[in-house]
Write a protein that binds this ligand. Structure first.
Ligand SMILES: NC(=O)c1ccc[n+]([C@@H]2O[C@H](COP(=O)([O-])OP(=O)(O)OC[C@H]3O[C@@H](n4cnc5c(N)ncnc54)[C@H](OP(=O)(O)O)[C@@H]3O)[C@@H](O)[C@H]2O)c1
Length: 257
């Protein structure tokens, strides 16, 4: 563990969607880089196991079970962070949801609503208490939101997901524009296909998709979640001090083509 020499040394970070995948990898990277971390998601067993692992490695780690769709939950998570660690320096708003691979004209509300509720309203629910807390502290802060390559370019049979991840970039720019003067930086990352339980399942069901994705990516492989988490850690750190309103693709060059 890097700890006190890390790029997030002495900071306090909140990470949503940290029970698995990119968020769990971020919990490990942020802690290794010296941040105290508060993890949030809905699956308590996963959060508890990860917090135990991080504490055993010497990190300050806590968790709050919270659903991003519920504004009160996210307010409570931010309040808990301030009560426990005294402030909030950084937030990685990473919780997200994707379902269905259906042509747009056949999609029903049951597909559209949970995607938009989680990815757009959920982010809005995170940003409000995080920004309020950072404004109250007077010390500014750094926020990183997880969009997707689907927030930069379209992909077929995923219309609500594509719309929701474009909205993540819109919210990121809006917040960056509003709060830059108060020292709050707001950026997004746009991951390409990144190894997660859902992606492994998807590949297992459609072996051709993995090959096709690699064929259309200059770095012809699937990202590991840690690679994506490293980008979020840098954007949350003071090393990126004049970067705001930006979206950083972490996609092996997929959107460069
Ligand atoms: N993997 C990829 O290829 C890829 C590519 C581009 C973008 N992304 C984005 O990366 C982010 C992380 O995804 P992942 O790939 O790491 O998949 P994942 O393992 O499924 O992670 C999703 C995380 O979001 C949490 N979450 C979902 N709905 C939530 C809700 N209503 N309230 C609170 N937490 C919620 C999940 O936790 P609980 O279920 O415990 O609540 C989980 O921790 C998402 O925003 C996703 O859209 C992923």
């Amino acid at each position: 563990m890097t700890g006190k020499d890390g790029i997030l040394s002495g900071k306090v970070s909140l990470i949503t969607g940290s029970s698995s995948g990119i968020g769990a990898a971020a919990a490990r990277v942020f802690a290794r880089e010296g941040s105290a971390v508060v993890l949030t998601a809905r699956r308590e067993d996963r959060l508890a196991a990860l917090v135990k692992e991080l504490r055993q490695a010497g990190a300050d780690a806590e968790y709050v079970v919270a659903d991003v769709i519920r504004a009160d939950d996210m307010r409570r998570a931010v309040e808990f962070t301030v009560e426990r660690f005294g402030r909030l320096d950084a937030a990685f708003n990473n919780a997200g949801y994707a379902v269905g691979r259906t042509p747009l004209h056949l999609m029903d509300d049951e597909v559209y609503d949970p995607i938009m509720d989680t990815n757009v309203r959920g982010l809005f629910n995170c940003l409000r208490p995080e920004i309020s807390t950072m404004l109250e502290s007077g010390n500014g802060g750094a926020i990183v939101n997880t969009s997707s390559v689907g927030g930069l370019v379209a992909s077929p049979v995923a219309a609500p997901y594509v719309a929701s991840k474009h909205a993540v970039i819109g919210l990121t720019k809006a917040a960056a524009a509003e709060y830059g003067g108060q020292g709050i930086r707001v950026n997004a990352i746009a991951p390409g296909t990144t190894r997660s339980e859902l992606v492994e399942e998807w590949y297992a069901q459609n072996p051709e998709i993995e090959k096709e994705l690699h064929r259309t990516t200059p770095q012809p492989r699937t990202a590991e979640p840690e690679e994506t988490a490293e980008a979020a850690a840098w954007l949350c750190s003071d090393r990126s001090s004049y970067v705001t309103g930006a979206t950083l693709p972490v996609d092996g060059g997929f959107t460069a083509l």
